[in-house]
Design a protein around this ligand. Structure first.
Ligand SMILES: Cc1ncc(COP(=O)(O)O)c(C=O)c1O
Length: 391
């Protein structure tokens, strides 16, 4: 049987981060001593009070369909979060709860972009953005950046890339994969250009709470009503509450866009899991004490990993200010990123994601969402690997 695969699916490559993570997990299951730097998820457990809320919901029989865009209680809790933490006023009808931040991004792109539209994506980018744009039939336009600007796109670069076809600009701060965080002034400058040119912004703020060294997060929507009218914020419970497997995300959008996304979601996934939504309410309205503990731990690991990476010949690494990633430059080793990572996994049993997956071949992504002991072991092996390369 000759199967015909639709062009939109055939041209996709499966997520390289998920592939490397599952290869590392498989090697571990085979008894090999693998150190994984590939994970895009916290190594901490979901806080107990959140789990309790979902368990109680299950026990109480909260197991049926809910409104497609989420239960009113959760949409209200999300609107309250935006008011409290970001100074942004949204009606619950402008909030859509989805099956993860990834799903929120996909909903936004599907509802706003089509054939002939261009979507501006700064690189290094979260690897799903360009693939989602292609799935929507639109064209990703990549704005390359390097460690020389801490991986930040400049206002001039953004302005020069905008054409009459530009529909959407994707902003992700703090960033996956670089950990880079735009300052409020930098965010405002980019937002001003989009307002002036009538370009929508999809602002992916899923790492909002994970900040270091006094860095602050400012949503681009918060500078003026015009900025808010040009912005769709995507967010989720995966990173700050360690709820990756729960598949729960959300977005806040101007009314007509929220309405369109509501329709898209009602015909695709319908509601996110009922009892997971109860966990989401507990996450937003409950105590946030866990975050301080996690951030202190991440900060320790980040400091160690950053110093160690910079001590390895041929590697240099700017210090990230957010998320849980470092993005070292490996161009001094003479290897391309895919080759580097394949050999590192083979020879030293260390899993890292090649920068090429994020549109930046001179780098690799190191996730420090793993114990300090693992980081020490893994970076010692990486050090050994680089030093063993022919010079
Ligand atoms: C930048 C960014 N956006 C969105 C997501 C989506 O997360 P989830 O779908 O697990 O909520 C991720 C997860 O890795 C991410 O790194």
């Amino acid at each position: 049987m000759q199967y015909k695969i639709a062009r939109r699916a055939a041209s996709l490559s499966p997520s390289m981060t998920l592939a490397i993570d599952s290869k590392a997990k498989q090697m571990k299951a085979e008894g090999l001593d693998v150190v994984g730097f590939g994970a895009g998820e916290p190594d901490f457990d979901t806080p107990q009070h959140i789990k309790d809320a979902a368990v109680q919901a299950l026990a109480a029989g909260f197991t049926k369909y809910t409104p497609s865009s989420g239960i009113p209680e959760l949409r209200q809790a999300i609107a309250d979060k935006f008011q409290r933490e970001n100074g942004l006023t949204y009606k619950p009808s402008q909030i859509i709860v989805s099956c993860g931040g990834k799903h929120s991004c996909y909903n936004v792109i599907l509802a706003t972009c089509e054939e002939g539209d261009e979507v501006l994506i700064p690189a290094p980018y979260w690897l799903s953005y360009p693939e989602m744009v292609k799935l929507a039939g639109a064209t990703p336009v990549i704005l390359p950046t390097t460690d020389a600007t801490e991986f930040k796109v400049t206002p001039d670069q953004l302005r020069a890339a905008i054409t009459p076809r530009t529909r959407l600009f994707i902003l992700n701060s703090p960033s996956n994969p670089t950990g880079s965080v735009y300052t409020p002034d930098e965010i405002r400058a980019l937002g001003d250009i989009c307002v002036e040119k009538g370009v929508l912004i999809m602002s992916d703020e899923i790492y909002e709470q994970l900040l270091y060294d006094g860095a602050t997060h400012r949503s681009v929507a918060s500078f003026s009503p015009e900025h808010q009218a040009h912005t769709i914020i995507v967010h989720g419970f995966a990173k700050a509450w360690s709820m990756t497997g729960w598949r729960l995300g959300f977005l806040a959008a101007p009314d007509p866009i929220a309405k369109a996304i509501d329709a898209v979601q009602s015909h695709s996934t319908s509601n996110p899991t009922s009892f997971a939504q109860k966990g989401g309410v507990a996450a937003l309205n409950g105590p946030q004490d866990h975050l301080k503990v996690w951030l202190a731990e991440y900060a320790k690991r980040r400091a160690y990993a950053w110093a160690k990476l910079n001590s390895i010949p041929g590697i240099s690494c700017v210090n990230s200010k957010g998320a849980f990633y470092l993005f070292p430059n490996i161009s001094g080793t003479g290897l391309r990123s895919a080759d580097f990572c394949a050999r590192l996994l083979e020879q030293e049993k260390v899993a890292a994601v090649p920068g090429i997956a994020f549109g930046a071949d001179d780098y690799l992504r190191i996730s420090y969402a793993t114990s300090l002991a693992n980081i020490e072991k893994g970076l010692d092996r990486l050090d050994h690997f680089v030093r063993s390369l022919p010079r």
